[in-house]
Design a protein around this ligand. Structure first.
Ligand SMILES: Nc1ncnc2c1ncn2[C@@H]1O[C@H](COP(=O)(O)OP(=O)(O)O)[C@@H](O)[C@H]1O
Ligand SMILES: [Mg+2]
Length: 203
């Protein structure tokens, strides 16, 4: 399975959620990371962490195709895509089984930024790729998520039931090369990430 975190907007939580989900997936199967963001966030975090994952960094569309074709079906590839538009990013999206697009529903700039990405996605001739919106980084005081769903254009996407709240533990663990599943993680965050994993696996 190829599970990709994508959005042309930076700072929405692609790398953060990808990192924790990679750990959650690893608890139940084989996982490799594909970091095609030139900021190399997951490559560096993985180094700090003592390399728990194989991290691939294809630089061209041809290298990406080569990686996908030699990856066996028992491996889940978690791809983290940079916050910009490029041929490589488009190719990665087109070859994904699932594309997760994190958005903070209560931040208007993120909801508007999504329209730009939506326009790009409308140009891609994807066949089997499923697109999911993940409400991420939701402020503690934001309660009713339903009203935000109306702001998100509907046709191409499902809005995931799982949602990730704004929690310090997501970045404090990452900064130490850890995840929410390490001893310094916490139960609530673990549950959020596991629920997201299980929802995606079930789709
Ligand atoms: N659920 C969350 N709770 C708290 N902070 C978050 C959450 N998701 C993302 N962040 C923070 O937001 C910032 C951007 O996240 P990042 O994963 O780097 O975004 P992207 O990869 O989309 O550019 C980081 O400082 C990260 O720690
Ligand atoms: Mg990133």
């Amino acid at each position: 399975m190829i599970l990709t975190f994508a959005h042309t907007k930076g700072g929405v939580g692609k790398s953060t959620v990808a990192w924790h989900i990679a750990h959650a997936m690893k608890m139940i199967g084989k996982v490799e990371i594909v970091d095609i963001d030139f900021n190399q966030t997951l490559h560096y975090i993985n180094m700090i962490a003592g390399k728990p994952f194989t991290v691939h960094q294809p630089r061209t569309v041809a290298e990406l195709y080569e990686l996908i074709s030699r990856t066996t079906h028992d491996v889940t590839l978690i791809m983290d895509i940079g916050g910009f538009d490029s041929d490589l990013n488009r190719a990665a999206i087109r070859h994904s089984d699932h594309v997760v697009i994190p958005i903070a529903p209560d931040k208007v700039t993120e909801v508007l930024g999504f329209r730009t990405f939506d326009a790009i996605l409308s140009e891609l001739d994807t066949v089997d790729t499923k697109f999911h919106i993940l409400f991420n980084n939701i402020h503690a005081s934001t309660r009713n998520l339903d009203k935000f769903k109306e702001n998100v254009p509907g046709e191409r996407f499902t809005i995931l039931k799982s949602a990730i709240r704004s929690r310090k533990i997501y970045y404090s663990t990452m900064g130490d090369g850890e995840s929410v599943f390490s001893s310094i993680g916490n139960v609530t965050a673990r549950k959020e990430i596991e629920e997201l994993r299980d929802e995606l696996i079930g789709k």
